[in-house]
Design a protein around this ligand. Structure first.
Ligand code: CP
Length: 334
């Protein structure tokens, strides 16, 4: 689709902040950019309350009873889609997972007409993933004031609930952010995960943020002010407390010339047991998934005691429960 007035972040055509209600509460979640440290901390603290020990019953509440959540994923997803569905169900909502491939979108219906149709069925919260920049803000600018839009992955620019679950996982394992060196490794240029994690980490005053990539997959240096850009994995990992590996987002790259092949990438940017010897002794390894085992991360490292990848997945449900309950509370007082 074409978006006439795309905004990468959270402003409408008039420049107003779309995310936050007049009373300062979170109304939509489009990006972590612009959220305060207190707002992020509050979401992480709420997420903690939705976690229960493995093997024990999950936490449930009726915070979303009477509310309807619709998931519209115009790109593939396993983790984000499943965890939003579980989060909404555990909070007592009615949940609609629209299969976009068999919906009237396939007959040419626009995304806004799809939203208007579901809005007329009293959907309260839309969870949206799309390959185009600006879609969540565009929808937010064109929907009724009483619905809420949650960005579940926007092009290369934002994946705010992934950023929150990454922050929660780091805080669980490492405590305060101020003394940490965090290395995000891989295709930073095309990674909405890297952007949202980096924005969140900078807001939380992380000690040092390193973005490590091949030159052809480096971000614009202005993308994340304050981060160090490196092209050497050994230098990037050295003494790091947290190492986050990313896959190459080949589906977003038009011109593959200059982009390393799988073997070259694995040799130069694959995070391995050997390379992790350079990191801090108790460093953790993260990956947002889906993983290409043996490419950006050594398969046995992904399953090792240093890996917190399954914690990230678990935390994804808790974070999405926190975000859903927060925007529902904002709706309740409007
Ligand atoms: N991390 C992430 O967004 O995974 P999915 O694409 O499976 O949702």
């Amino acid at each position: 689709m074409s978006v006439t007035n795309p905004s990468e972040f959270s402003t409408g055509p008039d420049g107003a902040d779309l995310q936050v209600a007049a009373n300062g509460q979170l109304r939509h979640l489009l990006t972590l950019r612009g959220l305060s440290r207190a707002q992020i901390t509050d979401l992480l603290d709420q997420s903690d309350k939705f976690l229960s020990p493995p093997g024990t019953p999950v936490i449930r509440s009726q915070a979303l009873q009477g509310r309807t959540i619709a998931s519209l994923f115009f790109e593939p997803s396993t983790r984000t889609r499943a965890s939003f569905q579980l989060a909404a169900t555990r909070l007592g909502a009615d949940v609609l997972n629209l299969d976009v491939n068999t919906s009237s979108r396939a007959k040419g219906e626009s995304i806004l007409d799809t939203i208007y149709t579901l809005q007329a069925m009293q959907v309260d919260i839309f969870v949206v993933r799309d390959a185009s920049t600006g879609v969540p803000a565009f929808i937010t600018s064109h929907t009724n004031g009483y619905v809420s839009i949650l960005n579940a992955g926007e092009s290369t620019v934002a994946h705010p609930t992934q950023g929150l679950l990454d922050l929660l996982t780091i805080r669980q394992h490492k405590g305060a952010f101020e003394n940490l060196a965090v290395a995000i490794v891989g295709d930073i240029a095309h990674s909405r995960v890297a952007r949202s994690a980096a924005e969140g980490l900078m807001t939380m005053d992380v000690g040092e943020l390193r973005l490590v990539s091949p030159p052809g997959l480096a971000p614009d240096s202005a993308t994340i002010p304050g981060a160090r850009l490196l092209h050497d994995l050994d230098a990037g990992i050295r003494d790091a407390d947290v190492v986050m590996a990313l896959r190459i987002q080949r589906e977003r790259i038009d011109d593959i010339d200059g982009i390393p092949g799988m073997d070259e990438y694995a040799a130069n940017f694959g995070v391995s047991h050997e390379r992790m010897k350079l990191a801090a002794p108790d460093a953790i390894v993260m990956h947002p998934g889906p993983i290409n085992r043996g490419v950006e991360i050594e398969s046995s490292l992904a399953d090792s005691s240093s890996s917190v990848i399954t914690d990230q997945v678990t935390n994804g449900v808790a974070v999405r429960m926190a975000v859903l309950s927060t925007v529902a509370r904002t709706m309740d007082v409007q």
